[in-house]
Every structure is written in C-alpha cells, then in structure tokens.
Write a protein that binds this ligand. Sequence first.
Ligand SMILES: [Zn+2]
Length: 548
Amino acid sequence: MHRTPRARAFAPSVVLLAALLGACASVAPPAPPRSPSAPPPAVAAAPSPPVQAPAAAAVVAATPAAPAAPYAAAVVARFPDPPVAPATPAFEAGRSAFTGNAELQAQLRTVARDAKAAGVRVQLLVAGVSQTGQPIEALLLSRQADLAPAALRAAGRTTVLLIGQQHGDEPAGAEALLVVARSLAQGALAPLLEQLNVIVLPRANPDGAQSGQRATASGIDLNRDHLLLRTPEAQAIAGLMRDYAPAVVADAHEYPAIAPYIDRFGGVARADALLQYAMAPNVHEFVSRAAEEWFRRPLLESLQREGLNSDWYHTLPAAPQERRVAMGAPRPEMGRNAAGLRHAVSLLVETRGVGLGRTHLARRVHTQVVAMQSILASAAARADDLAKLRRFVENETVSHACSGETVIEVAATPSEYVLKLIDPASGADMPVSVAWDSSLQLQTLRARGPAATGSRWASARRRCACAAWGSPCSASRRRAWCAAKPTARPRARRWSRAPARCCRRWRRCPRCSTWRRAAGTCRSTSRSRTWPSRRSSPTPRAVTSRRG
Ligand SMILES: [Zn+2]
C-alpha cells in the first residue's frame, strides 16, 4: 500500500497545518524563547583521526539507575537478551551508566585508528558544537581516496548517513552506532564500503544524553527543528546533509513502550522496533517506493530472522481516554521527513526503550544494530539504483519547479489497525483494535499549482492563452531550475536576474515559455526591467512595478 502520488515539487518550507501528534515519545516540550544560535558551523574535518581520548573523560551520561524489571517476569521472558552483549563502554562489567560523551569521543577515535590500520579511508568529522560546548562528532568511512565532500559527490558513490540519539533519553541508538562503526572499520560490515560511503553520527544531542533528557539544552526538541534550524545540533545535521548529500539516511530512536500503552489499552508494547520512512507530502513518490521496496521489506525480514518483532511507527493520543493512534506525523520539520524532502531514502527505527532505563538494553542495541546492518546491506545492493533514482528525482523535481503542484496541508487517512500488545501480568499476546490515522495515504486539503483549484491564481491561469500557468514561484526555485538545465542556462541566467521580489506577480507559462504577469500589480519593488525575448516569444515584455 503506497501513498497516492502527490506533488513532486520540492518544497522544504511547506507549512503543514495538519499537525498530528509528536513522534518517538509522548509530547514534545514547548520551545522556549531563545537567542539565535551562532551561524551554522561548516562541517569540518578533525585534525587527525588517531587523537588521544579527551582528557575530560570524567563526564558520564546521566542515566536512571538500573531498575527492577518494570513488569512481570513473564513479560521479561518475551525479550531475551542476544547471545553476545554489544561491545561498548555501557556494557562493561559492573557498569550502570550509558556511554558518556567523552567515552564516545574516545571510542570514535579508537575506531578511526583501527579503521586506518585496516586500510579503510576514515575521517573524524566535527559536524558542530552543542549548546554546552560538546563536540558533535561523526565518522566518515569509505574506500575512496579523497574524502572531501566535493570529491565524494563527484565520484557518484552512494553515501549513507546514520544518526543516533537525537533525543538524549534514547540511548540505544548511540550504543548501536558505535557497534556499527566498529564493524564497518574492521568487521563484518567492512566489505560494504566497496559500494558505500558511510557517515556514522552516533550522538546528535550530547547535551541531552549527558542530562538524560529528551530535548537539547535549551529545551528545543532537536527532531522538530530540521526546518527552522534553531539549534546548533540541527545545524550540524543539516551541514552533513548539505555537504555529503546522503542518498540514504537512517535515524535511530527509542519509544516509550510501557506507561502510555498501559494507561490507554492496559497492555505494554510488543514491538522491538517501530519502523517508518519519510511520509511527508511532496516527498517524491519514487523515493517512498524505494524506501518501502528496497529497504523496509528487507529490514522486516532481517528483524524476523533475529526473532525481533516490528510494527509501523505510531504515537498514542495525548489524552488517556482516547483510542485514536496516529502513524508518525507527516510534518516536514522531523528528521526523517526533512531528509525525504531532500530526496534521501529516509528511515526511522525506534526500539522499545524510553522509560526502561537499562532494562533489555542489550536487546534494544542489538535490534538497532540488526536494523542498521540491513539498511547498509540494502544500500550497498542498490547503490547503482539509488544513484539513478537520485538523478531522476532531482531532474524531475527541478523540471516541475514553478509549474508542479505543491501540497500545503494534508490529513492522514482514518482506518482501523490492530496494535500488538502484551498483557503486563501474563505476558500473553494482547491484540487491541484501534482507530488508526494512516500516513501511508495522505489526503490533500490544500495545494497550490496547476492542479489546485480555487486558488487566487485560478483566474489568472484561465486568462492565459495556454491555460497552463505555473505555480507561485520563488527566486530560489528559479535558481535551482536554472542550475539544473544547462541547455537553457543563457536564457535562464537572464531570467534569474528577474526581480525576485516581483515573482509573486509573474509566472512563466510552461507551454509557451513566456513570462506573463498575473492579475494585479507588483507592489514589492520599485525597479523597472525589460525581460529578455526569445525567438518563440511574441515580444519582449516590459516589467514595470512600483512600490505600493
Ligand atoms: Zn526520539
């Protein structure tokens, strides 16, 4: 079951009013007023990988004390630990804390050194600095000689970005990505580097990890900040997305598996992993299809082989008496959706962990490792297809700039669903039927562009001789169109000099390629400019505007 094809125009700034419930935990904390952060730091390579562990190694992540199992032994027995514990500091003997920030930095340097010794090309990236001054570090692993972003892009190899612990109280992702990084450096995953470049960002929110809280130090939820980029943590991820243009992004989270389910349905969640891919409107349908067919289906099989349960990612209603459950919201400011709008196959993996402390920690980390391994294997197997997909989607998107439909507001589709829960006393399966808002099929409530009806441009479109007026155009879209159409560049360059502030009044007819003025007079600029003529264009057109 797929989303119905929607608009293809790339609209990262689309405003979605169909705000559904928040993701991957209960309710996002309110965003407090905060002074703007420093400018986005450029992603910089750290001096050299084999650096000694930071001296301030005393910082250890705060963590709830390992609790007694929060439910009956029969439930505990449903989640046996894997045979081998993950090899991270959190699993050292007698340990009760998760891997601390300084320990994580030291681990990355050790992995980098070992990777180098094994012949892997590796670079320690400082993607940014957190609000309290903690470095946000990632490892870039590849077989390519030149690891500069431009060289990587020019080589055309598929890049995968793995992100962990955007929420500080969801530790399994960071622990798992340390395991994955080590496996890529000198373990079973190393052969995948023949096809892939992999960036491992184990801990995107080091401040939250240190204090054991979901949000960043300022209280802003990092995974709701991927459009406005108010936090340096979100800027760090955006910098990686910008510089390395990953074709695949995997985002590791954890979800609350006990309290909200018991409050509403009397059971606890059974799924080891909740899965979803980008489902925002305007994500290209082929990107969604690739996520489903090339990644999610193999991922389901991988989890099944390991005896791990999975389900669609969902969030529970805020009020305990409500029984309506929503799939992950289609809001573009969330990490998975923001990456999907950048044409990356973007997957979310949430293990059952929030509120569990260290209960089942080895299994949670193992689940994340299995998921990341599957995603990396799928990316390697589909590396060529992903490159073709990326080219196609980018070309098609820019070809629709200013003429395609852009979805502004959507609603999920109401349906029924059976949640797979467990009886907290007996440990038996306890399926519960719920009302389900499906994000697999998004209903368009409001759109703009040729297919939109009732818009204020409709009358202008009707007056156009070609009856094919484009959608409201922005200067940035026009620039993107210009850059992507080399054959049209001379003309496009001149067009790109068009008064951007007037573009709300001027439309390019997609059939006859002439610029036409919509009804009304531009009131936003005082410039006067003559538009360039084309052979097929009837006459040069004078654009006269005045400040209103
Ligand atoms: Zn989360």
